[in-house]
Design a protein around this ligand. Structure first.
Ligand SMILES: [Zn+2]
Length: 306
């Protein structure tokens, strides 16, 4: 993905995507910051921020510019990843994708709403209708010292924060991005807290951090949903004959566990990519003469709790 604040509909990025492309790296996407963040109350909301009479946050581009840009990039076959932390900015993004569909027709493009921190209730159904992926980032979806400081949008909005359930229940595609280095790079922290919406370490007890999803739904979020959003679900994202043998073996059976406190520290014992052994944490395959690319028995320090 190429980060850009260009004013010319991403024409420079359109060229750069070919430069960075490789067999396993697809740079055919541009990320734009449509609005700001919650800490500075610059997320663009559909109504004023609590305690404000008119301030709704900041939009970095006009709605007209957003629409022109999304229509243009859609026509060029470049995926738009729109940073939208307020429910007003995602509303404008979905409007722009609707306009792209109207002008460009159904061309298979799968655009993405990044972070999707707050979504308007009436927009949940549009993710499915417009083939837009809702990407959620775990910074604020479970209670922590960090997330607590970001709940300025008010308790009413925070109740539905990171609305995985709302998007999934209406047939939309939801995925998770770690949002590292803002949040923990360990995806298992996000995985556990999708299912619990509770602090994995039992440090905080707040319960108004959105709706949980099932372990089966969380597994799809982490696998086939991500593949679909990238347009590679025909060859990756699930275990099927004819697909790439990209597999991990875990040190525990997630279905046997009480989720809170027992999933965020999951260890991956074995990783296969296209059938090749690339990670063998316990060197279990050594006796068979197979050596993994990585086989350390310790994870890096930054992988721990942040
Ligand atoms: Zn972002």
């Amino acid at each position: 993905m190429i980060f850009s604040q260009l004013n010319d509909s991403g024409s420079l990025s359109a060229g750069e995507r070919h430069y960075y492309r490789s067999a396993r790296f697809n740079a055919n996407a541009v990320k734009f910051h449509f609005d700001g963040v919650h800490e500075t109350q610059s997320s663009y909301l559909s109504t004023p921020w609590p305690g404000e009479s008119t301030w709704r946050g900041s939009l970095n581009m006009t709605p007209e510019h957003i629409c022109d840009m999304v229509v243009d990039l859609d026509r060029k076959g470049i995926r738009v990843i729109a940073h939208c932390t307020g429910d007003g900015s995602s509303d404008l993004f979905l409007d722009a994708v609707a306009e792209a569909r109207r002008l460009n027709g159904p061309n298979g493009m799968r655009h993405q709403c990044a972070h999707s921190t707050l979504l308007m209730e009436e927009n949940l159904v549009r993710f499915n209708a417009l083939d837009v992926t809702a990407e959620f980032s775990p910074v604020l979806w479970y209670p922590s010292d960090f997330s607590y400081a970001r709940t300025k949008a008010g308790e009413e909005r925070i109740k539905n924060i990171y609305n995985f359930k709302g998007v999934i229940d209406l047939g939309g595609n939801a995925v998770m991005g770690t949002d590292w280095p803002v949040a923990n790079i360990n995806p298992w922290v996000g995985f556990e807290t999708m299912i619990t919406r509770k602090n994995p370490w039992g440090e905080r007890e707040e319960t108004f951090y959105g709706s949980t999803i099932s372990i089966e739904q969380a597994l799809r979020v982490m696998t086939i949903n991500g593949a679909w959003s990238m347009g590679i679900d025909d060859k990756a994202g699930s275990i099927e004959v004819g697909k790439s043998a990209d597999l991990i073996v875990l040190d525990r059976n997630l279905f046997d566990l009480e989720p809170q406190g027992n999933m965020h520290n999951t260890q991956v014992d074995v990783t296969l990519i296209e059938g090749q052994l690339v990670w063998d944490r316990l060197e279990q395959f050594k006796a068979c003469g197979l050596t993994a690319v990585w086989h350390k028995d310790e994870v890096p320090e930054f992988y721990d709790k942040m």
